[in-house]
Design a protein around this ligand. Structure first.
Ligand SMILES: [Zn+2]
Length: 71
């Protein structure tokens, strides 16, 4: 008997991006530059952005952790 693993991903995953320098998630694509990111906090700029994939649990925790930081 073979197990079919054709389930649609049971839990959502969320992709977040972080600055490799200060680990802030206040990063954004530089308009007009292809694949270049910049950090709003430390003004880092480059392509080596950190991508993380979080499941729903971790994402909630992540939101909680940064919850207090409302600019
Ligand atoms: Zn940064």
């Amino acid at each position: 008997m073979t197990k079919k693993s054709k389930q649609k991903t049971p839990s959502k995953t969320f992709k977040i991006k972080e600055c490799p320098k200060c680990n802030s998630d206040s990063v954004r694509v530089v308009i007009g530059e292809n694949g270049i990111w910049e950090c709003c906090k430390c003004s880092w700029k480059g392509k080596d952005i950190i991508e993380k994939e979080l499941n729903e649990d971790k994402f909630m925790k992540y939101l909680n952790d940064k919850g207090e930081e409302v600019a």
